[in-house]
Design a protein around this ligand. Structure first.
Ligand SMILES: [Cu+2]
Length: 281
C-alpha cells in the first residue's frame, strides 16, 4: 500500500473545507470575506471566477477522459486523418472563451474602478514604511506616531530567549500603537516608504499596496458601521532582515470613540512638543 494512512481523511477534510464557507476563516484556505464592501466584492469576484474555472475544468477534462476511454486503440479506434482542420470547431472554441472572458471582465472592471475611486474620502492618513515599523500620520489633524512590534513578541522572538511563543498573545501580530480609524467612514491611505520597498496589507479591508520610497500610492477603505474590531495585517514585500516583524494592527472604532481618541492623542502630542519646563534651582 502506497497510500499514507489518513490521506483519505485529509482529502475529505479538504473537500469539506471547500464546501463549508464557515470553515474558511479557521482554515485559511480561501480568501477573507472582509469587513468592507470592496472586500466582499473582491471575494465574490474570486468565487465567481473560481466556479467558472471549475466548470471549464470539468468540461475539458471530462471530454478528454471520455474521448480517451471511448476511442482507445484496444477497442479498435482508428485515427481520423481526413478531419485535420475544421473551421466550425475553431470558431466554436474561439467564440466560447471570448464570451466567457467578457462575462468575467465586466464585473472585474467595475470592481477595479471602485477600488481606484478614492474621491470623497473623509479622512486621510499617510502610512510610511520603515525598516522595520510603520508610521501613521493623520493629515491635517496634528497626529503622527510609529507603530512597532509589541514588546512581548519582540522579546520572545530573540534567539535563545527561552520564552514559549505559544504563551504570547497574537505572537508577531501585535503592535504597540495600532492605527485607529472610525467605522462607516471613507478613509484614504497614502502609502509610501522611507528606506526600501514595503507593502501595507490588511486582508479584512482588501487593501494591499506597495510602499515605495519616493512614490505615494493611494488606497481607501470603509469599514462597515457595525464592524468595530481589531484587524490585522503584515508587511508583504520582503524588505530585509526583520520583514516578518513589522505587523499592522487596525482598530476600527465608532465615530464618537474615534473623535475622543483623536482629541486625546492631539493633546498628548501637543504636550510632548512643548519645551520642557524649567527646573527650579
Ligand atoms: Cu517591510
Amino acid at each position: 500500500m502506497l497510500r499514507k494512512p489518513g490521506s483519505l481523511s485529509a482529502v475529505a477534510a479538504f473537500v469539506a473545507a471547500l464546501a463549508a464557507p464557515a470553515a474558511h476563516a479557521e482554515w485559511g484556505l480561501n480568501m477573507t470575506r472582509g469587513v468592507t464592501q470592496i472586500s466582499r466584492d473582491v471575494y465574490s469576484l474570486h468565487m465567481t471566477i473560481f466556479w467558472w474555472c471549475v466548470a471549464i475544468a470539468v468540461f475539458v477534462f471530462g471530454w478528454m477522459v471520455v474521448s480517451l476511454v471511448k476511442f482507445r486503440k484496444s477497442k479498435g479506434a482508428i485515427p481520423d486523418t481526413a478531419m485535420v482542420h475544421s473551421t466550425k470547431a475553431e470558431i466554436i472554441w474561439t467564440v466560447i472563451p471570448v464570451v466567457i472572458l467578457v462575462i468575467l471582465a465586466v464585473p472585474s472592471a467595475r470592481t477595479l474602478i471602485q477600488i481606484d475611486d478614492s474621491s470623497k474620502t473623509q479622512l486621510s492618513i499617510k502610512v510610511t514604511g520603515f525598516q522595520w515599523k510603520w508610521q501613521y500620520d493623520y493629515l491635517d489633524k496634528g497626529v503622527s506616531y510609529f507603530s512597532t512590534l509589541k514588546r512581548d513578541s519582540d522579546a520572545a522572538r530573540q534567539m535563545n530567549s527561552g520564552i514559549d511563543v505559544n504563551g504570547v498573545d497574537n505572537y508577531l501580530l501585535d503592535v504597540d500603537n495600532p492605527l485607529v480609524v472610525p467605522v462607516g467612514t471613507k478613509v484614504r491611505v497614502l502609502i509610501t516608504a522611507q528606506d526600501v520597498i514595503h507593502a501595507w496589507w490588511v486582508p479584512a479591508f482588501a487593501v494591499k499596496k506597495d510602499a515605495i520610497p519616493g512614490f505615494v500610492n493611494e488606497a481607501w477603505f470603509e469599514v462597515d458601521a457595525d464592524k468595530t474590531g481589531t484587524y490585522r495585517g503584515q508587511c508583504t514585500e520582503l524588505c530585509g532582515r526583520d520583514h516578518g516583524f513589522m505587523p499592522i494592527v487596525v482598530k476600527a472604532v465608532s465615530k464618537e470613540d474615534f473623535e475622543a481618541w483623536l482629541k486625546a492623542k492631539q493633546d498628548e502630542q501637543k504636550q510632548a512638543s512643548l519645551p520642557a519646563p524649567a527646573t527650579a534651582g
